[in-house]
Design a protein around this ligand. Structure first.
Ligand code: NAD
Ligand code: 3DD
Length: 471
């Protein structure tokens, strides 16, 4: 571990490799690089402290360097204990940007990295936040609650991770009482990357507990209808193959959830000639799955025969211990949703007489769980998102779309005094991000005539479709 200086990474000597892959990524991220070129000279983020809690990958390194090029003073951590690419973190540290991330963090290390990324050398916090899943936002909000009420921090924890967070906040409260009220008061806004993080923000806003403005980046069309669909279509099977080197053709695969991520996952498995079953609660998504040719059944119906399970619901307890007890011997279970609560991993580990065999370590976590009755299942990435835990996540081009939106959101937060609440980016930004990626695909737009624009009631140069619902 290299921690000399204001960073903590696994191995600084990997920086050269990281830099080479960052250069490859820049070529494959035309939208993000165009945003950097367009807004860089004005330095719209100059003098602003920006903290990020987002998977520390090569693609994120390009986002970080874009924010820095726009003038920001950046500190970064990952938003998952397995998703950091150590060579990316090393390249960022070598550039002199404070990053606290390595692949295979413990939960204590993960939350300590989040605290370090949220704390500048003078003890102050960020002006702006880039969040993916809401952990940075949560630590600030729980910190404020804990400063107002000791009982909030002294309550019984509902999980191992919650206990880690509460213990950290108790320590901080002793060392720096009043920290979090100052941090929260200074935050101009957060831009949230993913579906589950947006759910958390909306829930807080509805309860009147949100302490600062938020921009919902996920629901930009050029994020969720690209990253969530096409990114997962690329990276799900990458993770499964690296973990198990299993032939997917002919296997029966269950995809839990047919939202944006589920659509990408089901298609990827279908492309591999797996026999895909979808589970859904939403009749519209279920009907979409039927129209795509997928069988829609509850997970219980597949237990005797399915070879592979993928959860991507953003929900919890989707694959239960009871499900895993009834699964076919040697079934493979994984999750690609943001958090590790979609599969009941804690209950699985607590089974009396369960035998846990580590097949692979932190680089690509694979564990075999053998039940007392002798049947086994394989759990990938300890139930955490398999595409980043067992592979390298989405490729450059699709992350260019997501991160162009993130950068535009950060510029808006810098320029405008936003009200507390959760807002989306303007449609014009979505179309700008899409335009920036067309040339790379050899796409040439058709020019709308004024007569046609009048006929369909849109401005000749856009924005076109009224709402992302129409995509
Ligand atoms: P979404 O809301 O579009 O889709 C989730 C779907 O799951 C919905 O259609 C919902 O009806 C369904 N669902 C909910 N509970 C269910 C249950 N118990 N059984 C079956 N279906 C159920 O969300 P999304 O954008 O597809 O994201 C899903 C998850 O993936 C979120 O946690 C998101 O943050 C995460 N995500 C991960 C990546 C990645 O790279 N790993 C990328 C993008 C999003
Ligand atoms: N995510 C997937 N691949 C990623 C990568 N290569 N770098 C950074 C983040 C990456 C997660 C995103 O899809 C995020 O937008 C999400 O979870 O929604």
């Amino acid at each position: 571990m290299n921690t000399n200086g204001d960073y903590a990474v696994r191995d600084l000597t990997l920086a050269g490799f990281g830099r080479k892959e960052i250069e490859i990524a820049e070529y494959e991220m035309p939208g993000l690089m165009a945003v950097r070129k367009k807004y860089g000279p004005d330095k719209p983020l100059k003098g602003l402290k920006i903290m990020g809690s987002l998977h520390m990958t090569i693609q994120t390194a390009v986002l970080i360097e874009t924010l820095a090029d726009l003038g920001a003073d950046v500190r970064w951590c990952s938003c998952n204990i397995f998703s950091t690419q150590d060579h990316a973190a090393a390249a960022i540290a070598e550039r002199g940007i404070s990053v606290f991330a390595w692949k295979g963090e413990t939960l204590e290390e993960y939350w300590d990295c989040t605290l370090k990324a949220l704390t500048w050398p003078d003890g102050s916090g960020p002006d702006q936040i880039v969040d993916d899943g809401g952990d940075a936002t949560l630590l600030i909000h729980w910190g404020v609650k804990g400063e107002d009420d000791d009982a909030f921090l002294n309550r019984a924890a509902s999980s191992e991770e919650e206990a880690v967070i509460l213990n950290l906040l108790k320590r901080v409260k002793k060392e720096d009482p009043g920290k979090w009220h100052k941090v929260a008061a200074a935050v101009r806004g957060v831009s949230e990357e993913t579906t589950t993080g947006v759910h958390r923000l909306i829930q807080m806003a509805e309860k009147g507990e949100l302490l600062f403005p938020a921009i919902n980046v996920n629901d930009s069309v050029t994020k969720s209808k690209f990253d969530n669909i096409y990114g997962c279509r690329h990276s799900l099977t990458d993770g499964i193959k690296r973990a198990m080197d299993v032939l997917l053709a002919g296997k029966q695969a269950v995809v839990c959830g047919y939202g944006d991520v589920g659509k990408g996952c089901a298609e990827a498995l279908k492309n591999e000639r797996a026999r895909v079953i979808v589970t859904e609660i939403d009749p519209i998504c279920a009907l979409q799955a039927c129209m795509a040719g997928f069988q829609v059944s509850p997970v219980e119906a597949a237990l005797p025969t399915a070879d592979l399970y993928v959860t991507c619901t953003g929900n919890s307890h989707v694959i239960t211990l009871e499900h895993m007890e009834k699964m076919k011997d040697q079934a493979i279970v994984c999750n690609i949703g943001h958090f590790d609560n979609e599969i009941e991993v804690a209950r699985l580990k607590a089974v009396e007489g369960i035998k846990i065999t580590e097949i692979k370590g932190n680089i690509c976590p694979v564990h075999k769980f053998t039940f007392p009755d002798g049947h086994s299942i394989y759990l990938l990435a300890e139930g955490r998102l398999v595409n980043l835990g067992c592979a390298t996540g989405h490729p450059n081009f699709v992350m260019s779309c997501s991160f162009a939106n993130q950068t535009l959101a950060q510029i808006i937060i810098a320029k405008e005094k936003l009200p507390v609440g959760v807002k989306r980016l303007p449609k014009e930004f979505d179309e700008e991000v899409a335009r920036l990626h067309l040339e790379k695909c050899g796409a040439v737009l058709t020019k709308l005539t004024q007569e046609q624009a009048d006929y369909i009631g849109v401005p000749v140069d856009g924005p076109y479709k009224a709402d992302h619902y129409r995509y």
